[in-house]
Design a protein around this ligand. Sequence first.
Ligand SMILES: [Zn+2]
Length: 155
Amino acid sequence: MRHKIVKNKRRLKKSVVNLIDTSDIVKAYDKVKLFFDRAVHHRKIAQGVASNQVGLDYRIFTALIGGKWQLFINPEYISKEGEEIIFPEGCLSINKKTVKVPRSYLVNLRYTVIKSGIHGLKFDTIEEQFSGSDARVIQHEMDHLEGILITDYQA
Ligand SMILES: [Zn+2]
């Protein structure tokens, strides 16, 4: 598995990641776990990492939400609400650059979480609302999964 953060824009733009079957996650759980550990390793410089930033083709990202790293599997927007707020963002994949990006204040997200079970992995799909900086980091990582980078917001 690739550990390095992908910085090639063309590659990041091409790597749109589709929904995955949870049985694929079971098969590739070591990779997913490693991805999560690597992301947490970057915590001093990042609030989130999308799987395609480390060369994994799963619709998964991880983000620091309320001081805790969370894994978001198959995330999908239910809705975005509220005012769009413009704020500078940086990105692990883009060197030394911040870009002012408009983001919705609220997002409603549907995603799958892993619940540890006695007989292997268990999954649960939940719906949750995020606001403020949590909503911002989620929209940033969701963009990655669609091949959108902060530099795409530059005028
Ligand atoms: Zn990024």
